[in-house]
Design a binder for this molecule. Sequence first.
Ligand code: GN1
Ligand code: MG
Length: 373
Amino acid sequence: MIEKINLIASNFQIDGNLIKIEENNQGNINKTYILYYKNKDVLKKYLLQKINSNVFNEPHLVMKNIELVTNHIKEKLQDLNDTYHKTLNIIKTRDNKNLYTYINEDLEKEYYRVFDFIENCISYDSLKDSNNPEELAYQAGKGFGFFQKLLNDFPSNLLTETIKDFHNTKKRFNDLILSIENNITNRAFTCSKEIVDLISKIKEASLIIDSLGKTIPIRVTHNDTKLNNILFDKDSLIATCIIDLDTVMPGSLLFDLGDGIRSACSNSFEDETDPTKIFLDLDLTKAYLKGFLEETKDILTNEEINLLGLSVKILTYELAIRFLTDYINGDTYFKIKYQEHNFDRFKNQYLLFKDIEIKLEEINEFIKKLLII
Ligand code: GN1
Ligand code: MG
């Protein structure tokens, strides 16, 4: 393995000797390694990632999207004289490409890319791991809000939809129905009560996707706004850099807000199985909303404002049905650590969805207050 990583890394424009390779096990999709290089006594770290080409069928287009978006962010930060925020910096291959293709022993293509490692930052899997969860929730909201703001004037039609229908909740629902009809693993009838409930809510869950490109503007969105996709400055806790840009595509700002709160402000991890621990933390949600809206309030349209609260419920619904679909299909998409992992994740997101249903009115009231409407 070490030999292989060494060989792959040698194809990138990095000076010095590779002295250490560390595996990083975060993330459900790609494989990540931290590379330590020593060059004339200076130690420098890089991030090497193998792109999961089952999920991203066209890795070259993923990289093209990332290059366009990060270049735009760099220019914007320069215009604003902002030396504080950062974006990913792609290290090119020796033949000046942003992706290296490796042919493995089974003659399959593997795709690798390298980024500069961003120093003095910390990422969190849970807000509760910090000393001040509310402050961090506020900074997280600000971080993704600022990202939206920087990309507000970027023409979204320059980007390719690298995973088609990624947040098309209706399409995700149809995939669930298909998986139930096919029932290849005989797992479809393990939770019929929940499925009946989800079917009855599909109309409401389609509200964003039905309006996208009509009353809801298509913007450049991150589409995977999990808390651990933010790098916070270790000292100030300001969200300095948004990472994991693979899913940057045309989409709705509501996807980013909804998924951000779903992931950061849930009281538990996505695979917690104790129902008493699975709920949306309202204080964290309010702090997140405050940060996000501080950055975005001037770019939001009225139609977006009307769906801000609901987006949290819709994105949770969507991930619940994605986990369930993958479970019924035999775990072909999300990496699992044990047999029933996707089923536990489904039940977790479903319970979170039910809790958001109860809290939605209070969330909407709070949004109104923040925007004084
Ligand atoms: C995947 O790999 P990671 O953890 O950043 C998934 C997201 C889900 C998330 C749920 C490309 O993201 O959409 O919300 O798992 N990314 C992709 O944990 O499908
Ligand atoms: Mg990630």
